[in-house]
Design a protein around this ligand. Structure first.
Ligand SMILES: Nc1ncnc2c1ncn2[C@@H]1O[C@H](COP(=O)(O)OP(=O)(O)OP(=O)(O)O)[C@@H](O)[C@H]1O
Length: 285
């Protein structure tokens, strides 16, 4: 894991992408999670895991400045969180990109620089270069000029990653970027994000229900369940005893070849799961 960034003068400057201290989020009487201490290092790939509805997206929204902590502090790039920070690249949970407007991939990537504003900035040479570089870095050059409606889900996800990277952020927040992708595209997208993490020295928080495609790449996991959060390496956290304590009910972690399968007894922990509650054990990863 890289932990230092080199400036142009060759001196080492350490920029901390994110830091949460004693972080707690509650909505009314409902405490979503509490007491989270987490420092995201430069070049560190962290997976955020846990069942539905426990507050994984909320964690990203805290760092985006969209949800205020009930207690504790949240910093991004050494400063208190604020909305609209260019230090953050964000890949939101997948929404359909279908639109009647003739938007192309490179338009989408450009929106990472200037939102949905259209104007003279569109024609600046440096802006064009940044967009071209971001598109090339995710291997999307061949289809960046095609209307988005004519691109596949995997191609759109590459363009979303380029959009998140175009401001050269220090922190990349990814909210279930693997959903709706087949295994090959899950692996491609995970590799791309890992490559951005290592080569750009940026911190990555990657929310996912698919543990196995990301396992080869992650440095640490943040596991949210039962109103609590556990942070550590996959070997430290993805264990039956650790997760049973976190869930407050029996959880089995199986190793099958390279794969990890987490089975939680939904009946006993159904209050942790939303909205589809099953009386069968649920495979989380
Ligand atoms: N602004 C808000 N006000 C009240 N409740 C909220 C707010 N934002 C989120 N919640 C609730 O907090 C809970 C956690 O939501 P969140 O989307 O963070 O969960 P998640 O772990 O990302 O779930 P999933 O895996 O299903 O995407 C949900 O029950 C949600 O309805």
């Amino acid at each position: 894991m890289a932990s230092h960034r080199f400036d142009t003068a060759g001196a080492t400057t350490r920029i901390e992408p994110a830091r949460l201290t004693g972080a707690t989020v509650a909505f009314g009487d409902r405490v979503l999670w509490s007491g989270l201490d987490l420092v995201v290092d430069p070049g560190e790939f962290i997976a955020v895991l846990g069942p539905n509805g426990v507050g994984k997206t909320t964690l990203l929204r805290v760092l985006l400045g969209q949800i205020a902590l009930t207690a504790g502090t949240a910093m991004v790039a050494g400063r208190p969180v604020r909305r609209g920070s260019t230090h953050i690249g964000y890949i939101p949970q997948q929404r359909s990109l279908e639109t009647t407007a003739p938007i192309r991939g490179r338009d989408l990537v450009g929106m990472g620089i200037d939102g949905h504003k259209w104007g003279f900035a569109r024609f600046s040479r440096s802006r064009r270069r940044r967009i071209d570089e971001a598109i090339a870095s995710v291997g999307a050059t061949a289809f960046a000029h095609v209307p988005l409606t004519m691109t596949s889900g995997g191609e759109q996800q590459r363009l979303r990653i380029a959009q998140a990277l175009v401001t050269n952020p220090q922190l990349l927040l990814c909210d279930e970027p693997l959903s709706s992708l087949d295994l090959r595209h899950q692996q491609d997208v995970t590799r791309l994000i890992d490559n951005a993490c290592r080569t750009r020295n940026l911190g990555v928080l990657f929310v996912t229900h698919e543990i196995n495609p990301v396992l080869p790449y992650v440095d640490r996991v943040v596991y949210v369940a039962g109103g609590k959060v556990c942070v550590g390496t996959p070997d430290e956290v993805l264990r039956s005893d650790v997760l049973s304590e976190l869930y407050g009910s029996h959880v089995e972690v199986f190793h099958h070849g390279d794969r990890i399968i987490v089975l939680a007894d939904e009946e006993r922990s159904s209050h942790l799961h939303a909205p589809e509650i099953s009386d069968k054990p649920k495979e989380i990863g």
